[in-house]
Design a protein around this ligand. Structure first.
Ligand code: HEM
Length: 115
């Protein structure tokens, strides 16, 4: 298991969550876009390493986590682009925040409690 990579992934995820909570996605757009790219790469490596000896339900829930994470990243990119109206952007941000919270809970559960 590669804990360094897992913790890099955790920091990147924390940064995205912070940008969403503080409503700074557009202000920090370079960081947000870089973190989004890096989180997909580190996530793919985590997937390869952590699938070995995975506990029951891991594939199903991690699959759902990845889909929710892609929702978060898509919303961050759209918000960073800044072409939506304020009302639509607020809705996107709320949806992304809910997905991001779920993604963090599932990730932390499987990396720290399930095995
Ligand atoms: C919004 C994007 C994402 C967030 C906020 C996020 C968050 C997290 C967090 C907090 C952890 C726990 C890390 C630790 O305890 O050190 C984790 C683990 C993990 N994430 Fe992500 N993640 C995201 C995207 C992705 C993507 C795109 C993938 C796959 C391509 C992925 C795959 C994984 C895997 C496989 C684990 C390890 C699960 C285990 O230990 O069994 N994540 N994630």
């Amino acid at each position: 298991m590669n804990t360094g990579l897992l913790h890099t992934h955790l920091l990147l995820g924390g940064f995205l969550l912070l940008a969403l909570v503080m409503n700074k996605v557009r202000a920090w757009r370079l960081g947000v876009l870089g973190a989004s790219l890096a989180i997909v790469v580190t996530g793919a490596f985590n997937f390869m390493w952590r699938m070995k000896g995975a506990p029951a339900g891991w594939h199903a829930l991690i699959g759902i986590k990845v889909l929710l994470a892609l929702h978060v990243i898509t919303m961050c990119v759209l918000i960073a682009r800044g072409t939506a109206g304020a009302e639509k952007e607020a809705r996107w941000r709320k949806g992304a925040l809910i997905s991001c919270a779920l993604v963090v809970v599932i990730g932390l559960y499987y990396s720290n409690f399930a095995r």
